[in-house]
Write a protein that binds this ligand. Structure first.
Ligand SMILES: CC(C)(COP(=O)(O)OP(=O)(O)OC[C@H]1O[C@@H](n2cnc3c(N)ncnc32)[C@H](O)[C@@H]1OP(=O)(O)O)[C@@H](O)C(=O)NCCC(=O)NCCS
Length: 311
């Protein structure tokens, strides 16, 4: 029997056993709590098996009231292959349809989400999605930054010329200091973000990223920096909005691109995450692979298929 869940009590404990990837199981409570406190304008649907063997979380937002999202679906290992997952998915789809959805996506509903889509390594979930008639309509990836190597010497590529290449014993923190002093020479300062950051982000990138910036301010395990010149914000970077181990979003105003603001902001955030005790950070739903690879030797690690079905 599938029914509505009152809240997220007990969900973290269930997810800790039902999520097969250890890094997700380790964040089970954070995930359950994060999805329980979404942005305004979102209806959240939570259904569970009455015997406590599985849950599904879904949502639909004002921004696109016809598109429902099933964001989380998990069944305890001992209860699998008995139709619980399929029944939870059907129940979530029915509730989304009743709220007006004509399409359903198996994937995150940004800016508040667990994952962009189904991690390709969750093979049973991939099988379930296909069986339920979903098709892959997009791919997303996270990049992993090794925070223990932020201070290691960087490797120059053969033939690569960089302004600071002649410096012996150059490390990324040396590079960061050089980058920061270069920016200072151009009148640019990097500062912890204040209340003006979210409205500025909203004016360029919209409500989603602004919400993430708001979530990154004044909360444990989260933070945000801005680059400022003559009182004007040029760029921002945030971490911890969805969970402490995740970095993002970040953005540089179009007029300030090319100054080197982005990599300094990124490294500030990652250094903070390292000082919070993390050994690695996930650059969540990452965009420019080359930028993150070059700036902090991040590598593409988690790949997600985003599945969609018309109801
Ligand atoms: C994905 C998951 C929810 C499926 O739950 P479940 O209760 O075992 O699923 P069902 O028994 O309803 O299976 C429905 C269909 O999915 C497919 N399926 C599920 N598990 C499968 C597996 N291990 N291998 C192949 N197909 C599988 C089958 O087509 C199955 O139908 P069938 O048995 O009639 O062929 C469960 O494996 C799980 O919790 N995995 C870990 C969490 C996860 O991956 N969540 C997705 C990310 S949000």
């Amino acid at each position: 029997m599938i029914g509505e869940l009152d809240g997220v009590g007990g969900v973290g404990a269930l997810l800790a056993r039902a999520l097969d990837l250890p890094e997700d199981a380790a964040e089970a409570d954070v995930l359950a709590n994060r999805l329980a406190a979404p942005p305004r304008g979102r209806v959240v649907v939570r259904v569970g098996a009455s015997d406590g063997t599985g849950v599904a979380f879904a949502s639909i937002s004002d921004a696109d009231p016809r598109l429902g999202h099933v964001e989380l679906l998990a069944v305890l290992p001992e209860a699998r292959r008995r139709g619980v997952g399929a029944a939870l998915l059907r129940a979530a789809e029915e509730r989304l349809a009743a709220l007006g959805a004509t399409r359903v996506r198996l994937g995150g509903n940004p800016p508040c989400y667990a994952w962009p889509g189904i991690d390709v390594r969750y093979t049973p979930a991939v099988c379930l999605a296909r069986r339920a008639g979903y098709k892959v309509t997009d791919t997303a990836w996270n990049m992993t930054a090794d925070l223990t190597r932020l201070n290691q010497p960087t490797e120059a590529r053969p033939g690569e010329t960089r302004p600071d290449e002649t410096q012996p014993g150059k490390t990324r923190s040396d590079e960061t200091r050089l980058d920061e002093s270069r920016l200072e020479g151009q009148g640019v300062k990097v500062l912890p973000a204040g209340p003006d950051a979210a409205p500025w982000v909203r004016s360029i990138w919209g409500d989603g990223w602004a919400w993430e910036v708001e979530q990154s301010l004044g909360r444990d395990g989260a933070g945000c920096y801005v680059a400022v010149r003559d009182g004007e914000i040029l760029g921002f970077a945030a971490y911890g909005a969805n969970r402490p181990s995740w970095f993002g979003p970040m953005g540089t105003a179009p007029a300030a691109e090319g100054l080197g603001v982005g990599r300094v902001l990124l490294r500030r955030c990652l250094a903070d995450q390292h000082s919070l005790g993390l050994r690695s950070a996930q650059i969540g739903w990452a965009g420019p692979i080359g930028f993150y690879s070059k700036a902090v030797a991040a590598r593409v690690e988690r790949v997600f298929w985003i599945y969609t079905k018309d109801l």
